[in-house]
Ligand binder design. Sequence first.
Ligand code: PLP
Length: 410
Amino acid sequence: MQEITYIGDYMDSNESLRETPILPERILLGPGPSMVNPIIMEAMMTPMIGYLDPDFMDIIDEVSTLLGKAYRSSGTSMALTGTGSSGMEAGLSSILEPGDTVIICAYGYFCERMVEMAQRLGANVVPLRSEWGKPFPEESLERELKHHRNVKMVSAIHGETSTGIEQPLNNIAALTEEYETLLMVDAVTTFGGTVIETDGLGIDYIYSATQKCVGAPPGLSPVSLSDRALNSIRSRTQKPFSWYLDLDLITNYWKKPRAYHHTTPVSLIMAVRKSLEMMLKEGLEARSKRHKDNANALIAGLESMGLKPVAPPEHRLAQITPVWIPEGVDDDFVRSTLLNEYNIEIGKGLGDLSGKVWRIGLMGESSKKAHVLALLNGLGDILPNTGFNVNKNTAMRAAEATYTAVPSNI
Ligand SMILES: *Cc1c(COP(=O)(O)O)cnc(C)c1O
């Protein structure tokens, strides 16, 4: 048998490494990261390999193909290094040149992040702001498209995680087609939890993150780019400000000529390959239904306790449910007790909703009936201790009942 060389060989024989701390196994019901299936963690435990190794190039091709299927896109699909925000910044900085007009539909915290990024790039940014917690009024986009000439791109967020709104994309996509502008969509929260028809809607650039509904660790941003968008990037007059996030240069690694750009995070690519395989095996429609069913059960339980979701029923995201914190209830006490005594993480409010809402995520591996019931159980115990009376058993039964409420055809 071949002898294995341990790290100790080049350490002083008296030195020992400190033990790696064992982190608690949390039930992650916040805005991400969500839980990761052990099969996916295991997929990262392959020997390290070079990012241009022919065997690894096969993996890159496979991930690109799987991503294209998951996005329902015939464009160029890749996994960028970095979290969801790198996908956002890569799109804005690769597509927009200084002075280009971009209309950003803005109805929440992450929309404002997009506005900020686009402004830093020196683009002519037109933020179209509408009330948080409501879907974006598409009529205002048409007015704006008529008003400005030469709009290069319109961007929108499919799932605004700060408010829990799922923004319908059909009308926005119809308008960008009619007015011949590019369309960029943030699918950070929705990808892997809702079916997205990237080709069908004519989306030119779409991006997500691995740690929400994809079910892999944080660190990559899966994206897909239409030929139209790629051609537009290739015919820029000035090079993009960001070298690292230049989608043209990154495409040259993911497709031919396979040119070195930056070192690919090999292990994360192995994880995302496995998670995409699992996603497609479950089926995009089935996965979307699972997310909806669990969200409906959660909402039935929360409403039975007297907690109210921020988003109106017809525009609710299944992936994350922001709910109003009842008057007088201590935000930090509830979240820290859930974490310390029930091992459950939920998210706090962002921006204008900071301190006013909790954000409960049921994404990817976290979207499970057992987690819904565990959370209702925890909240049912904790809320009465902060002066807000609830009937835990009624709430849990209300959640349970939604799973059997669908009448059977048989
Ligand atoms: C989480 C999130 C982001 C940011 O993603 P990071 O992975 O934290 O960089 C962007 N947009 C939306 C809608 C999000 O929910």
